[in-house]
Design a protein around this ligand. Structure first.
Ligand code: ADP
Ligand code: MG
Length: 387
């Protein structure tokens, strides 16, 4: 966990004091990505550089796991904090291997350990170590160099990574791929990351939390979906853009937007099921077993004038949704299959509710957002209609 406590920086410019960073306080949990977002000149880089003391704070503290880093010497600090500078910043006169192992060497790793680490990291980003380790940066494409920049930051195995617009110089096609690779590595290696960006889409894609800066001040620090749903002021609102609801579709999951749809047991007599469907004005109902596992569904029109139990009329689901799929994927699937609803299932097949056009609209307009407001509980079986 890293904590910034009223971190401030005042520069002297032409004899005048300029406050670049003004009492920024925030906490980033272990294994999470925090994105510093804001327009040019708002203090993102200065804040980042104060964390590893490339810039000395004017006031305030940086704590790592509760320990004030002002008490740490710089070698210890660098061991704990990896750094990716703005743009790529590979040393042109060093090979890729030398570039990757700059910090491990400073930390006194032997040659063998350095090589093993470089080889391992290269393989993680799908660059053949045999082919590339001995090359020079100019012999690699821009996208490949960017990857080296990222794995160089990971090389010393520091638990905390600071990244200043690490993907800023990559073309859009490579950027998407590298962001994805980075995200997977970050999750796999459980790194804590603070990343500077001026790109709202990058921030929404990668951030567990987003810190929006304006004029050296922190104006909002929230989960990306909360930022979109509840921008703190007009500035944040303009920054996130007019299509914030569409952007939210990528962040909200099926389990967030599922409604508490009822379900029935397969042994339910047809007559009872029909009554329940009519009472609730439903065309269908999901069928679950005693463990709330979803078995399929029955349609009202199939039950009419029939007898026996619902088991006989059970239909297989044409399409379903996993609990953690995002709404954009779900809407796409609903259109593709011309389906007005999707049952939401847990990894074990438990019925968690249904996503419908209405449940999505309800969620989006409810004032709830991810990061605030809970997850729906497994759907309740509808109370058995009075016999
Ligand atoms: P960002 O990374 O958000 O673009 P910076 O942190 O680089 O912004 O800069 C914040 C403000 O501090 C700007 O107004 C910038 O001009 C000023 N600044 C940054 N570094 C220095 C410096 N070394 N001396 C004087 N002013 C600086
Ligand atoms: Mg900057």
């Amino acid at each position: 966990m890293i904590e910034l406590d009223r971190l401030s920086k005042t520069f002297k410019q032409n004899g005048k004091d300029v406050t670049a960073v003004d009492a920024v306080s925030l906490t980033v949990e272990e294994g999470q990505i925090c994105v510093f977002l804001g327009p040019s000149g708002c203090g993102k880089t200065t804040t980042l550089k104060m964390i590893n003391r490339l810039i000395q704070p004017t006031s305030g503290r940086v704590l790592i796991n509760g320990e004030d880093t002002a008490d740490l010497d710089e070698v210890t600090l660098r061991r704990r904090i990896g750094y990716v500078i703005q743009q790529i910043g590979l040393f042109p006169n060093m090979t890729i291997e030398e570039n990757i192992t700059v910090v491990p060497k400073l930390l006194g790793w032997d040659k063998k350990r350095c090589r093993e680490r470089a080889t391992e990291l290269m393989s993680m980003v799908q660059l053949d170590p045999k082919q590339y380790l001995s090359r020079y940066p100019r012999e690699l494409s821009g996208g490949q160099q960017q990857r080296i920049g990222v794995i160089r930051a990971l090389a010393a195995d520091a638990p905390l990574l600071l990244m200043d617009e690490p993907f800023g110089a990559v073309d859009p096609i490579n950027r998407d791929a590298i962001q994805n690779e980075f995200f997977q590595m970050q999750r796999a290696l459980n790194k804590t990351v603070i990343m500077v960006s001026h790109d709202i889409d990058e921030a929404l894609k990668l951030g567990d939390k987003i810190a929006v800066f304006r004029g050296g001040r922190l104006v909002q620090f929230d989960h990306p979906d909360t930022l979109l749903a509840h921008p703190a002021d007009d500035f944040v609102s303009q920054f996130v853009g007019q299509d914030s609801t569409l952007k939210r579709l990528l962040l909200i999951r099926a389990e967030d937007a599922a409604d508490n749809a009822p379900s029935i047991a397969p042994e339910t007599p047809v007559e009872q099921a029909l009554d329940a469907l009519e009472d609730q004005d439903r065309r269908y109902i999901v069928v679950t077993d005693g463990d709330n596992k979803a078995l399929g569904y029955v349609r009202r029109r199939d039950l009419r004038k029939q007898d026996g139990t619902c088991a006989r009329f059970l239909q297989e689901f044409r399409v379903t949704s996993a609990h953690d799929e995002n709404l954009r994927i779900l809407l796409s699937r609903m259109y593709e299959f011309n389906s007005s609803w999707l049952p939401v299932l847990s990894p074990e097949g438990t019925f968690l509710g249904e996503v419908t056009q209405e449940s999505i609209a309800d969620y989006l307009s409810s004032g709830r957002s991810r990061g605030k407001g809970g997850i729906v509980s497994p759907a309740q079986p509808s109370p058995a209609p009075a016999a």
